[in-house]
Design a protein around this ligand. Structure first.
Ligand code: ZN
Ligand code: ZN
Ligand code: FE
Length: 760
């Protein structure tokens, strides 16, 4: 007996638009010979399906099982509907809907099918730099509003030719409703200009660009989320010129290579690093240099690692195919400013740096820098979470109110929440100039629009002078909740690991404003989402010159040495005392004595800096964290010894820096190699903090330890602490979805604010 036909409505929420979902449903319905229709709605994808109940059940099950690779379903619901007697299955145009819950896909690197066509002489898109399909191409950076349909993207200026239109309309085609679908005849195209704004006549602009790069010129390339500045990475002079003109003295530059084989010429790859490199998100991955290699020493001076990525747009593939081992691909900006996305803006801001401009006429609506990650202790660790990952939400354990969290000052990101999704923005940058602040404002508006979120609560840092704090204070008719920096760090790691309740939190970083007005950063906290207390921290030392002490680690070294030895430290045999003018050193000691411009800090970041300077590794830094990074990288790996360590118990545990500094200074004076000292220092921190965790476990009955803060970019410390804590039967949680540094702060602010609001 044949079953009676019924009708059901299937509502699918999650990342289901712009990822080939409707064609997938169409094909699935036809496979089961079911009738009805599918539509993108502002709430996701809705299917009206008619047929025998058993077939509908199998159909619904297959939706989760077989969904397209880029889709991410968060919710499927089924409801009975009146049977209408559809004759076939169709795809209907988008309709607006009251509740918007659709997740937008990130930009996706060119897929294998498109790449094959790109290099296929017989294909009509042979060498077309904007080839894409439902499984790949730009998304987040070209969307201006929802639902995700062509008129709401920067592709609205391009009318599809009959060939493209036919693909777009054909449910069986892999470009069915691919919104950025285009070809050389109807779509965006590239043009080459020199830096005076003169168009360069070239039959093949890409071939010409490759030639210019080989001749050592600097080319500004318009990409997916913004401009890159490119040079041939094997050309030392070109790399040097780029550094000089960009005012970027020592910070490593990112590389892009055609494939893994090219990368193996200059780097070692572990299998998990190769996996990350070829993933559709295509982040920059930190990989160990392989000596000897032909890449210019100027690319990552004094560094054991290269930051390298594979091509992620068809344009990159075409360009890299001209036989480069690697191109330097650094963000197209003057240092500290946001990356350029607009053609006119790029000419204005980059003409002092680039010799040529390879531009195109597909607008970028929202900039998105390259993401940076590495593999440590078996997991992906983000240094910057941006292109390829944003705006995929961090899925939370429970639903929370809509909150806008404004982030920290450096490496700023913002976070918007809705239900059990936390949307972290792309990397915005250091909120220290007007351009970055404008980008901060733009991102807030843009994300609120495309995610349809109207926040009820605004969360922000305690620091009174941050631009983000001022912004938050200016907002009207919204509940305001301030969150301490290190509380937010630990909360961000708790959020991504979906844990709540009380934990021991190790929050280690450079700078965060404390409730006592001092600069915190070496904090052992007992945290629950809505509150925390400071169980232990480094004893305060002065930072002579305040911000100058961050740029000049020798000042911190003087402060620690003076604290440990008093005036006797002048008699120590330390390279620092020869390298820095004694008069200057004495001024620092005087500033400390007289408490002039010398705020107090408990920062572990500063302790790393100070020890790097005492070892004579680095007295001044060109970028944040440089001294600490160099200290980590030169550590030998076979020292088991530790320095003496000690804490006083009064008002929590105060960890003294004195015994560690004394031990280090003695070793330096005795001519012990910095590699040994560095390793011994790392071992000291690992043993000392695991001992402290044991004490706090006894005091508070807590067994879970959460690690967060920028210092955990140090893989020696991260790996060592995880190992030792786990051996001592702690449950350890760290970051693998958002950065441990201040790029993850906004997530934690949002979660703390939600918990605080719950209690009010
Ligand atoms: Zn594709
Ligand atoms: Zn076309
Ligand atoms: Fe921080």
């Amino acid at each position: 007996m044949t079953e009676e036909c019924v009708a059901q409505r299937v509502q699918i929420n999650g990342i289901v638009q712009g990822v080939g979902f409707r064609p997938f449903i169409y094909q699935l319905a036809n496979q089961y010979n079911l009738k009805g229709e599918v539509a993108n709605t502002s709430a996701g994808v809705a299917v009206h399906i008619e047929g025998p109940p058993t077939k509908i059940a199998s159909f619904s099950k297959d939706i989760s099982l077989k969904c397209p690779p880029l889709a991410h379903i968060t919710e499927i619901s089924l409801h009975d509907e009146p049977f209408e007697g559809f004759k076939d299955f169709t795809i209907v145009l988008s309709r607006e809907q009251a509740v918007m819950a659709t997740l937008i896909s990130p930009d996706v690197s060119v897929c294998d099918d498109c790449r094959r066509e790109l290099f296929d002489l017989s294909d009509r898109r042979f060498e077309y730099p904007f080839i894409n399909c439902t499984n790949c191409g730009p998304r987040y950076t070209i969307i201006n509003d929802i639902p995700y349909d062509r008129p709401k993207t920067s592709m609205k200026h391009f009318k599809m030719c009959p060939g493209c239109r036919a693909e777009y309309d054909d449910p069986a085609n892999r470009r069915f409703h691919a919104q950025p679908n285009a070809c050389a005849e109807c779509g965006p195209h590239i043009e080459l200009y020199d830096n005076t704004g003169q168009k360069v006549a070239a039959e093949k602009p890409l071939a010409k660009t490759a030639k210019l790069l080989k001749q050592g010129y600097i080319v500004a390339l318009k990409g997916l989320g913004g401009f890159h500045l490119a040079v041939d990475a094997e050309n030392g002079q070109a790399v040097e010129a780029l550094r000089r003109r960009k005012h970027r003295e020592e910070k490593p530059l990112a590389l892009m290579s055609y494939d893994v084989e090219c990368i193996l010429r200059f780097a070692r790859l572990r299998p998990e690093e190769e996996q990350l490199l070829i993933s559709p998100q295509r982040p920059i991955v930190l990989v160990l240099k392989k000596e000897p290699h032909s890449i210019s020493e100027q690319v990552a001076p004094g560094n054991l690692y290269f930051g390298v990525m594979l091509p992620y747009t068809p344009l990159h593939y075409l360009l890299l195919n001209y036989g480069f081992t690697a191109l330097v691909m650094t963000s197209g900006n003057l240092s500290e400013e946001p990356i350029c996305i607009d053609n006119d803006d790029a000419f204005k801001r980059l003409s002092g740096i680039a010799d040529y401009f390879l531009i195109h006429n597909r607008d970028i609506y929202l900039r998105s820098d390259d993401s940076i990650a590495r593999k440590t202790a078996g997991s992906t660790r983000f240094i910057r979470r941006s292109r390829g990952y944003v705006p995929v939400p961090v899925f939370l354990k429970r639903k929370i109110p809509s909150i806008l969290a404004c982030g920290a000052e450096l490496k700023n990101t913002i976070c918007l929440t809705k239900d059990n999704n936390a949307f972290l923005s792309q990397h915005i940058g250091d909120l220290e100039n007007l351009e970055t602040y404008d980008f901060f404002l733009l991102t807030i508006q843009h994300m609120q629009r495309i995610l349809d979120i109207k926040p009820e609560i605004i969360a922000f840092d305690l620091h009174p002078d941050y631009l983000s704090t001022r912004y938050a204070r200016e907002q009207q008719d919204i509940q305001k909740i301030q969150v301490q920096h290190h509380h937010a760090h630990i909360a961000s790691a708790m959020a991504e690991n979906q844990i709540d309740g009380s934990v021991i939190g190790l929050a280690f970083d450079g700078t965060g404003y404390g409730t006592d007005g001092n600069i915190w950063g070496g904090e052992v906290l007992v945290v629950d989402m809505e509150k925390y207390f400071r169980a232990a921290h480094f004893a305060y030392v002065p930072m002579p010159g305040s911000a100058a002490a961050i740029k000049e680690p020798w000042r911190m070294a003087v402060s620690y040495l003076y604290d440990a030895f008093g005036s006797d430290f002048y008699d120590l045999d330390l390279p620092l005392l020869n390298a820095i003018d004694l008069k200057k050193i004495k001024i620092m000691a005087e500033m400390v004595d007289k408490k002039v411009n010398s705020p107090l800090t408990s920062s572990l970041g500063r302790l790393f800096d100070g020890i790097a300077a005492i070892c004579g590794i680095r007295y001044k830094v060109a970028f944040e964290g440089q001294a600490a990074m160099e200290l980590e990288m030169l550590a030998s790996d076979n020292v088991k010894d530790v320095y003496d360590y000690e804490w006083k118990t009064a008002d929590g545990h105060q960890i003294l820096t004195r015994p560690i500094i004394c031990g280090v200074a003695k070793d330096v004076a005795q001519g012990i190699a910095p590699a040994v000292i560095s390793c011994k220092f790392h071992q000291t921190l690992i043993r000392m903090f695991s001992d402290l965790c044991e004490v706090i476990r006894k005091e508070n009955g807590l067994n879970r330890v959460v690690l967060s803060g920028g210092v955990f970019q140090n893989s020696l410390l991260l790996t060592g602490l995880i190992n030792v804590l786990e051996k001592r039967k702690f449950k350890v949680f760290s970051h693998s979805k958002v950065p441990a540094n201040d790029g993850g702060i906004s997530l934690g602010q949002a979660l703390v604010a939600a918990a605080v609001a719950d209690k009010i």
